[in-house]
Design a protein around this ligand. Structure first.
Ligand code: EPZ
Length: 430
């Protein structure tokens, strides 16, 4: 199993190219199940989760052609992938596949809309919380589907003639359930109005792509989305939006180590709340042509309290990284997690580096320390792992992060991107 060795203490200076967003690419790829034409996606990141979903989609009958990576001057790659699902080969998504990647559960939306039926395994628990699927069941039921749980699977069946547009308001904001409703309602008869929809940029990206395929969606990015159903969707070409979580992660790394880095190929407006928190912590962040410039001052980090919330609030996917930053603040800060009940696994590991963190329910109290010391630590989930990398970059001495397969799920070429900016980071394959 690979490990990552970091020798901390170097400031970061240079350019870090930001990849296409994992959490946009996954639903966009799944949308290819809605049409028999080719959906071409540009800027698809090369990540374990994307490769895993490629295999899962193959199982449902999607032909996939990957255009080689192209290297740009700033060190970025861009991958274009063509997805063609002439006919759906299988409407079952088995446990072995869905349990590995929760997002693959989302195939339930397009399969139901296009084929009138789907049998999809319940995803099961995961490290960051229980993550139920009740909102998917309620939403699709509102569109007329019969949903039955049997042997760990959901059997979903559309009424004769297909799904029927309806008004449905989510009792709680869910990114995944909003994606699924957009895909399912696009091929329903009549108009669907979704209330309390997720407003994340990845939802807007999916809606834009579906509209390019011929869907009629308005209001994406607000809490109310209207979808006028159409009888069929066509192919399209769409560019995956930049990864705001990767952007925020590297911005926090610079805020922590000090230095001057341009994050290229990204957009500051995708993460206003997080940028505001990073600025309050003392880093200078500004929009520059084609990206964001971050100037960090390393040892003058100010304590900032944050609370995770659905977009446009502070993203839960940046909570661990921000906590990493706060471990070296000049004072006490509080981080409150409201989206997932068990997303504090990084606390124990950050403590191994010398952080002083106490947990009380969903709030962590972080007492900043003047220095962190490198240590062996273990990655527990994707975002928790990268918080350890950030802390390791700012720690004295060597930090060895094990179980880095978590990182590979969501951070493209992390060691290379950091090394190009002066960090000492290497992958050790045993
Ligand atoms: C997406 O997960 C992201 N994943 C997550 O990123 C992200 O943390 C999350 O949204 C919140 O922003 C992808 O986009 C692939 P939710 P999702 O449904 O859609 C509860 C990462 O690190 N809920 O918005 O699964 C749920 O338990 C990952 O990249 C129900 O109660 O999240 C949670 O408390 C991790 N019933 C809350 O809603 C349901 O039926 C929000 O979850 C569905 C969700």
């Amino acid at each position: 199993m690979d490990r990552i060795r970091i020798v901390g203490g170097n400031a970061l200076n240079g350019i870090i190219p930001i990849s296409g967003a994992k959490n946009a690419a996954l639903p966009l790829m799944i949308a290819s199940l809605l049409t028999s034409d080719t959906l071409t996606l540009e800027n698809v990141p090369h990540l374990a989760d994307v490769e895993g979903l490629i295999r899962i989609l193959g199982n449902h009958g999607v032909d996939i052609a990957v255009n080689g990576r192209r290297e740009h001057q700033d060190g970025s790659y861009s991958r274009t992938v063509h997805f063609t699902c002439r006919t759906v080969a299988d409407t079952t998504a088995p446990y072995e596949l869905v349990s590995k990647m929760r997002a693959s559960f989302w195939v339930i939306g397009p399969l139901l809309a296009r084929e009138g039926q789907a049998r999809v395994s319940l995803p099961g628990g995961c490290a960051i919380g229980t993550r139920p699927v009740d909102l998917f069941i309620e939403g699709l039921t509102a569109l007329g589907a019969e949903m039955e749980i049997d042997g760990g699977y959901i059997n979903a069946k559309a009424p004769k003639g297909g799904l029927i547009g309806a008004r449905y308001t989510f009792p709680k904001v869910s990114v995944g359930a909003t994606h699924v409703m957009l895909m399912a309602a696009s091929l329903a008869r009549g108009t669907t109005v979704i209330g309390n929809a997720a407003r994340e940029p990845e939802v807007v990206d999916l809606a834009n792509c579906l509209n390019a395929m011929g869907a009629k969606i308005s209001g994406a990015g607000t809490a109310t989305i209207t979808i006028e159903g159409v009888t069929s969707l066509s192919g399209a070409r769409h560019r995956v939006l930049p990864d705001r979580i990767e952007t925020g992660t590297y911005a926090m790394a610079v805020a922590m180590t000090g230095g001057d880095v341009t994050l290229s190929g990204t957009d500051i407006t995708l993460l206003d709340t997080a940028i505001e928190a990073i600025r309050r912590a003392g880093a200078e962040v500004s929009a520059v042509e084609g990206g964001i410039r971050v100037i960090g001052h390393g040892d003058q980090i100010r304590p900032v309290d944050i609370v995770t919330e659905p977009f446009p609030g502070f993203p839960t996917d940046l909570q661990a990284q921000f906590m990493g930053l706060m471990t070296r603040a000049n004072g006490v800060s509080h981080v409150t997690e409201t989206i997932f009940e068990n997303r504090f696994m990084h606390v124990q590991e950050l403590a191994r580096l010398g952080a002083k963190i106490t947990l009380s329910g969903q709030t962590a109290r972080i007492e900043g320390v003047t220095r962190l010391r490198g240590a062996p630590v273990m990655a527990t989930d994707l975002r928790a792992s990268v918080s350890l990398v950030i802390a390791g970059l700012a720690a004295e001495g060597e930090t060895m992060v094990s179980r880095v397969y978590h990182l590979d799920r969501g951070f493209e070429r992390l060691e290379e991107k950091l090394t190009r900016c002066g960090a000492i980071v290497e992958r050790i394959s045993d």
